[in-house]
Design a protein around this ligand. Structure first.
Ligand SMILES: C[S@@+](CC[C@H](N)C(=O)[O-])C[C@H]1O[C@@H](n2cnc3c(N)ncnc32)[C@H](O)[C@@H]1O
Length: 400
């Protein structure tokens, strides 16, 4: 967990509000999560056992092994291109990359594996156990007619680490495991028949009684919520997505996730695909549930405080609204993580592991213990109340 040092982020948010008036929640989250000076992900916050929350790749190597199978199948579908570019967006510390490569996929000699991670602190972790190369190598020139690599292109897998999505010309696969829930989002509330935007303001003694429960850190100026009219186009969208909201219903507005999807589709085009894995549902479902269920904070593997408290010291995540992403393009496929992992052969891998364990259980070696833990990993990844309930959303890129 990052040290409790909220002042720089909080001071920057307060300065933003003094300059512009009440600011959208997206802007607060942008600073709280990604500010170079004290943002959660720049201060050591991360996925992993030694981090703040567990994701599927952090459960163990099985998740990456199943993804490696899917990557091979998509590679064959594309006609075994070389190079074959796979972009791991929001790569975190690089665990998914390591486990995919450890599974030795057949596409490895053609593979250009691009880790994209905006946090510099996490990009520094990519070199641990991954043979990082100069990005120019990953995007080695190809013959524009045949898409064949030029003769001097080296054999893969070649891994590179970038801060932003690359600009590519060939088909590619863009993976995003638990990225979209971590992109800044705004907040809307339905009151007296209309949608309002919930912004963040400073409460000072001169501004009268708190307009809503204070969420500051005990300082003189507290961060408080302030409702303002919602932009008409956004209100019209919410009217369509949530036809019968109750008074006080709240929903996230996930514009950054939509922008990311548009950019990712441009990277995958032509003939590639974007695969986003996340906790996801529909906007009307979010509206029917309390905000605390779908807007969650985490630090050191525990649920954290209110999102406006302790800025920079906790992760802030939001369930992904599939129907808001569909405004950019409806997903081609939407499956539960459990079904998707089974589709790509998880049960075979687990059965092989079970047999390996049985064969060695009387005198287990390290390989037998790894096989044993693969069975336990499968339970966690398929759990219908947990990771198995995540959605795997796929968009097949068509033409530019
Ligand atoms: C919840 S973590 C998931 C990490 C990893 N994919 C996993 O499953 O363990 C989300 C990661 O996305 C990164 N991130 C957020 N916005 C990003 C963006 N626009 N581009 C690349 N990475 C981003 C964050 O810094 C964070 O490391």
């Amino acid at each position: 967990m990052p040290p409790f040092a909220p002042s720089s982020v909080r001071a920057a948010v307060a300065a933003d509000i003094r300059r512009h008036g009440p600011i959208p929640l997206d802007q607060v989250l942008e600073r709280a999560l990604y500010d170079r000076d004290g943002g959660f992900y720049e201060s050591g916050g991360r996925a992993g056992r030694q981090g703040d929350f567990l994701t599927s790749p952090e459960v163990g190597p099985l998740f990456g092994a199943v993804i490696a199978r899917a990557l091979d199948a998509w590679w064959l579908d594309l006609g075994s291109p070389d190079p074959y570019v796979v972009v791991d967006a929001g790569a975190g510390p690089g665990t998914l990359a390591r486990t995919i490569l450890a599974a030795a996929p057949a596409c490895a000699p053609a593979l250009r594996y691009v880790l994209v991670e905006r946090s510099a602190a996490q990009r520094r972790l990519h070199a641990q156990g991954l043979p990082l190369e100069d990005p120019a190598l990953a995007f080695a020139p190809v013959d524009p007619d045949t898409e064949a690599p030029v003769p001097e292109a080296p054999e893969g897998p070649i891994c590179v680490s970038l801060a932003d999505l690359p600009r590519l010309t060939g088909p590619s696969v863009v993976l995003a495991n638990e990225l979209l829930d971590n992109l800044p989002f705004g907040l809307a509330e339905h009151r007296s028949g209309e949608w309002l935007e919930v912004r963040v303001d400073l409460h000072t003694p001169a501004s009268g009684p708190f307009p809503s429960p204070a969420a500051g850190e005990g300082s003189f100026e507290r961060l408080v919520e302030r409702r303002v009219p919602l932009a008409p186009d956004r209100a019209a969208l919410l009217d369509r997505l949530v036809p019968t909201p109750t008074d006080g219903a709240r929903v996230p507005i996930q514009s950054a996730a939509g922008t990311w999807l548009r950019d990712a589709l441009a990277v995958a085009t032509p003939r590639g695909r974007v695969v986003a894995i996340d906790y996801a549902t529909m906007t009307a479902d979010l509206a029917s549930r309390p905000q605390g269920e779908w807007l969650r904070t985490y630090a050191a593997h525990h649920r954290g405080a209110s999102p406006l408290a302790n800025l920079g010291t906790q992760d802030i995540t939001c369930e992904v609204a599939i129907d808001q992403l569909a405004q950019i393009r409806p997903p081609t496929s939407d499956m539960s993580q459990a079904d998707w992992l089974r589709h790509w052969g998880m049960d075979d891998l687990v059965e092989a592991a079970r047999q390996a364990w049985r064969a060695r259980a009387h005198a287990p070696d390290l390989a037998a213990l790894a096989a044993r833990s693969r069975v336990t990993e499968a339970d966690a990844l398929l759990d219908p109340e947990g990771l198995g309930r995540f959605r795997v959303l796929e968009w097949f890129a068509v033409s530019r």
